[in-house]
Design a protein around this ligand. Structure first.
Ligand SMILES: [Zn+2]
Ligand SMILES: [Zn+2]
Length: 237
């Protein structure tokens, strides 16, 4: 409740006062919308690396090491940006410094990107659940910035379909531990048990090891979904 009040107050404040860039205090028409000025938006570098069609890992040889070393339960991952230092800093500012406006960064060019993804028709939109501690520490999930556009594009409501079982947070664990931990860290909510069908779009803020998204895909398939497509705001390099 407190955080809602604070957010509303800061929204009103931002409306009344011109908004400065969170990174450099500069002010321009972009900083008014997303809290970042044009100067502070990183230049888009045209990537020359080839990425795996399914998981978007950088391909070293012909075979994707990621996909060939485990069971992949999703059809394809798409992402909005590659997570470099700047993007990591941005997402931390959104999550931990209560800068909700910054998440509008992910709305930039979203419609154009969505078109390029060429996703099929979906029957459900869902996202990775957070545990209570995380929700308390992160008053606003960065994916809320694209929720409205997503719902409009798909004609579906974003649904909370899974519960997190584990009380422990994924970050701070080693790579190996994350994979082991991913198993049984979630369960389907009773109302969706064996009631899923068609294609499902699963959304999360960051795809790093992909362990959680892959395991969530498995649970969704187990409960009747046909194919799972992933959308991450950021993908680890
Ligand atoms: Zn700036
Ligand atoms: Zn792959």
């Amino acid at each position: 409740m407190k955080s809602i009040l604070r957010k509303t107050a800061s929204k009103l404040l931002n409306f009344a006062l011109p908004l400065h860039c969170t990174f450099c205090e500069n002010r321009d028409e972009l900083s008014l919308k997303i809290g970042i000025c044009k100067k502070c938006i990183p230049l888009k570098s045209h990537e020359k690396k080839t990425r795996c069609f399914v998981c978007k890992s950088i391909l070293e040889g012909e075979v994707c090491e990621y996909c060939s070393s485990r069971n992949i339960f999703f059809e394809r991952l798409e992402y909005l940006s590659i997570k470099k230092d700047w993007e990591t800093n941005l997402i931390n500012k959104i999550k931990f410094q209560d800068e909700p406006l910054l998440s509008n960064f992910f709305r930039m060019d979203f419609k154009k990107k969505w078109k390029l993804f060429q996703f099929p028709k979906f029957s459900f939109l869902t996202y990775i659940p957070s545990n209570r501690r995380t929700i308390k520490n992160r008053p606003l999930s960065p994916i809320h910035s694209i929720e409205e556009i997503l719902e409009k594009k798909t004609g579906l409501k974003l649904k909370y379909m899974l519960n997190k079982v584990s009380k422990e947070n994924q970050s701070g664990r080693t790579y190996r531990e994350r994979f082991i931990h991913a198993y049984s860290s979630m369960e389907i909510k009773p109302e969706f048990e064996n009631k899923l069908s068609g294609n499902i779009l699963l959304i999360d803020d960051v795809f790093t090891t992909g362990a959680t998204m892959n395991e969530t895909s498995r649970i969704l398939l187990k409960n009747g979904a046909e194919k799972i497509y992933l959308l991450a705001l950021l993908r680890g390099e």
